[in-house]
Design a binder for this molecule. Structure first.
Ligand code: IPE
Ligand code: IPE
Ligand code: MG
Ligand code: MG
Length: 313
């Protein structure tokens, strides 16, 4: 906790951490929340479906994926409204995945983002439909991003493709399937990495890549950012697994101890808690190293990498 406060206050030892992460996150989150509200309220249907979508989307997630998308865009050029819109789409896909992840047929969880899960606050069928609607709204939002020229349109198309791959059967959905199939079985480290890369890493990687592509980054820059994102994507799930063992449910906004209860394969269960923490640290170091050729415009990305493993929620 002390370490997180130190990081947030921007007075940590290392020079690149002398960055006001707290202020940066607050500003970005405000813009993301405003943009998400505007998208949701464009159609004032006012029914149960819209209420359920809003309930989960606006419940107060950390907005890591849109923030990463915007920070990656910033690292290669300018932070733009285009990266913000793509970030909103990523957050909708992420929120849909959480609504479905919590369903009785999956992780059967009662608490998410500090409030009752969607299927408990509403009902199962509504939660399934709210997830479906958020997923499709994400692609409606992405395809509606304004392009000024052919180059921008081509980049947007690439982003849509990358996000589709990361969200679907080659990415997150496949990861969820393997996570479920492996309940109660003993996996080795490589099999676990593979699940987590799909389940969580793919969407995090797509978030960074989308920002870099929309920000008009060059091929070399995009490659470095992909390497960065590969490491933090995995580190993010290692941290999630650790928090499920030793986190504070009030702060986390979700229940703890559930992975063990469901006999999930996690980093702490496969390699122990201390070794998992060391692994997360190594991944963050590697991710920061991948940004060596970037200047101070990548300061948000460097600090976010640390935040990802030192967070308490
Ligand atoms: C939780 O994601 C689920 C994982 C993919 C590990 P987050 O920790 O980003 O959750 P929110 O969006 O802040 O609620
Ligand atoms: C959720 O993973 C990842 C998704 C792709 C939705 P977990 O099941 O491990 O995450 P929490 O602990 O419920 O947030
Ligand atoms: Mg799950
Ligand atoms: Mg879960």
């Amino acid at each position: 906790m002390d370490r997180e406060r130190e990081l947030m206050a921007g007075n940590s030892r290392e020079p690149y951490e002398r960055f006001d992460l707290k202020g940066y996150l607050a500003k970005r989150r405000d813009r993301i929340n405003e943009a998400l509200t505007a998208i949701l309220e464009k159609n004032r249907l006012g029914g149960r479906l819209q209420a359920a979508m809003k309930y989960s989307l606006m419940a107060g997630g950390k907005r890591i994926r849109p923030v990463l998308c915007m920070a990656a865009s910033e690292a290669v050029g300018e932070e733009s409204g285009r990266a913000l819109k793509a970030g909103c789409a990523l957050e909708m896909i992420h929120t849909y995945s959480l609504i479905h992840d919590d369903l009785p047929a999956m992780d059967d969880d009662g608490l998410r983002r500090g409030i009752k899960t969607c299927h408990i606050a509403f009902d199962e069928a509504t939660a399934i439909l709210a997830g479906d609607a958020l997923l499709t709204l994400a692609f409606e939002t992405l395809s509606g991003i304004d392009c000024k020229n052919g180059e921008q349109s081509a980049r947007l198309l690439k982003v849509i493709r990358r996000i589709s791959e990361a969200a679907g059967w080659q990415g997150m959905v496949e990861g969820q399937m393997r996570d479920m199939e492996s309940e109660g079985k003993l996996l080795n480290r490589q099999q676990l990495d593979d699940i987590h890369r799909h389940k969580t890493g793919a969407m995090i990687q797509a978030s960074v890549e989308a920002g870099a592509i929309l920000g008009e980054g060059g091929n070399e820059e995009i490659e470095c950012l992909k390497t960065y994102a590969g490491h933090i994507g995995l580190a993010f799930q290692v941290a999630d697994d650790i928090l499920n063992v030793s986190g504070d449910p009030k702060r986390l906004g979700k229940s703890v101890g559930t992975d063990q209860h469901r006999m999930k394969n996690t980093y702490p269960s496969v390699m122990g808690l201390e070794e998992s923490k060391r692994l997360a640290e190594t991944m963050v170091e590697k991710s920061i190293k991948a940004l060596e050729s970037f200047d101070e415009k990548a300061a948000p990305l460097r600090t976010l990498a640390r935040y990802i493993i030192e967070r308490t929620r």
